[in-house]
Design a protein around this ligand. Structure first.
Ligand SMILES: [Zn+2]
Length: 471
């Protein structure tokens, strides 16, 4: 199952989501007919690529742009290609803009530190490497009803008929669609036992020589969580994809992934060297920067993330709760993913909050994005926030009260308390947030200060309190 999220509705309102049913095999028995689709696909891919390039370079993406290029495709197909290309270019552009913004922030910080003389001896000046325009490799067609029509079948052998217009004018092909029991279950309304109303747009993919169909339908899900439900905080990271304030970890960038990532990085570096070398020699065509193994790795990590988030939501202990998760800013993402390369950091870490939002929507569970600033440095007992509270990636140890915990766990507890924290939300920047936290720390000290003011006592207390649980 794949999904798409629509615009976030207001708190508590039913959420309209589009659910997709993927991997519907287009039947082998029609190999002869599918040949027409095989002929169409490369022409479509080539045309779509030209518009992707156009929309990523010379023009802003425009789904309704007038046809520009020559093609054997019909005008209807031509318009479908333009629409799909505009979508691809749009997301490429916005990803690039975000990354470029990060680079400029980094550069500014670097220059500031340089001017102040506070620059770390090992710090390197941030560099910008221009992004390549996306290259479409495998046929993926996002078709609308103008070119691919989906109709229910009237005899019992098949479930639907797809009518696809081809390169031959007036000679569409008709392909029967037979659903598996699994697909049928998802496409049947459990209450009325009627087939769900499908959206008119479909997606056709060819992978490893086989054509696959993706259908989709819209669904409204009401939020089931009462507003006063207990809040479970979710911290997002790479060592553990998800850590909750209930003290659980889900998913990890584990050894196997780490090893594959390392191999992929080495490969990229070799390729980059080769490109640089060829460029110097004036070669016209350079080897591509994206790799098949790299793409596979990204897909794999995403699956692991999906699995981890699913587990977290399905956890027995988490029944009837609401979630608070960190809205990752570019800065916190960078901080968390320092060990990763740019591509992984951008695509993976950002995938976790997206997946949390999606899970909450489809399950009708409230999940609120909250401010993440200082959540990993703040002490969940006394609110003291300091980088020094983190002696290493895994450990949280408060410099003032001596509280000790798994770093991600401490952060998730902080996040769980930030739902409805209007004081923090009113802060303009990190400096203001830190000031609020330090004020809270002062208030805590007023109340508990005596117990924690001696360093000796502090150390002893640290030992006895390390087993403290939160909820
Ligand atoms: Zn503390």
């Amino acid at each position: 199952m794949k999904q798409k999220r629509k615009i976030r509705p207001k708190l508590g309102e039913p959420q309209r989501i589009t659910k997709a049913v993927t991997h519907i095999h287009l039947l082998e028995a029609n190999a002869g007919k599918l040949a027409a689709l095989d002929t169409l696909a490369p022409a479509y891919l080539a045309l779509c690529q030209r518009y992707v390039t156009l929309f990523c370079t010379d023009e802003r993406p425009n789904k309704l742009r007038d046809p520009l290029f020559q093609t054997p495709l019909s005008e209807r197909w031509h318009r479908v290609a333009i629409q799909q290309a505009a979508g691809i270019a749009q997301s490429w552009r916005s990803n690039r803009t975000t990354t470029y913004q990060q680079y400029q922030d980094d550069l500014l910080r670097y220059q500031k530190q340089q001017a102040n003389g506070t620059l770390d001896a090992k710090a390197k000046e941030p560099q910008w490497y221009e992004w390549n325009v996306p290259v479409l490799r495998t046929p993926c067609i996002q078709a609308n009803v103008n070119v691919v029509k989906l109709e229910p079948s009237h005899d019992s052998t098949y479930d639907y008929w797809l009518t696809i217009s081809t390169l031959e004018k007036g000679q569409p092909i008709q392909i029967p669609v037979k659903l598996t029991a699994y697909h049928k279950e998802h496409l049947t309304d459990p209450k009325t036992h009627q087939a769900k109303k499908l959206n008119t747009s479909v997606q056709l993919n060819k992978r490893d020589g086989v054509w696959w169909l993706t259908l989709s339908y819209d669904e409204e899900v009401a939020v089931q969580t009462p507003p006063d439900a207990p809040v479970v905080g979710i911290d997002v990271g790479i060592a553990n994809f998800v850590t909750t304030s209930t003290g659980k970890h889900y998913g990890a960038f584990h050894k196997d992934l780490r090893a594959r990532h390392k191999r992929d990085r080495a490969k990229r570096r070799r390729k980059a060297k080769l490109r640089a070398c060829l460029r110097k020699k004036g070669a016209a065509i350079l080897p591509s920067t994206s790799s098949r193994t790299g793409q596979r790795l990204i897909r794999h990590v995403k699956q692991e993330i999906n699995h981890a988030v699913n587990q977290c939501f399905a956890e027995h202990e988490h029944e009837g709760v609401q979630f608070a998760y960190e809205q990752l800013s570019a800065a916190s993402m960078r901080f968390k993913a320092r060990a990763q390369n740019a591509y992984l950091r951008a695509s993976n870490l950002a995938h976790i909050p997206r997946q949390i939002a999606w899970n909450s929507q489809k399950r009708g569970v409230q999940a609120t994005p909250v401010i993440s600033a200082y959540s990993s440095q703040e002490c969940s007992r006394c609110h003291y926030a300091d980088r020094k509270n983190r002696p290493d990636q895994r450990t949280f140890r408060c410099q003032v009260c001596g509280f000790e915990a798994h770093a991600d766990h401490n952060a998730s507890v902080n996040l769980s308390r930030r739902v409805g924290d209007t004081q923090l939300r009113a802060c303009r920047d990190r400096t203001a947030i830190k000031a609020v936290l330090m004020k809270r720390h002062e208030a805590w000290k007023q109340q508990h200060g005596k117990e924690y003011n001696s360093p000796v006592k502090r150390r002893r207390r640290a030992k006895s309190s390390s087993a403290t649980s939160f909820i």
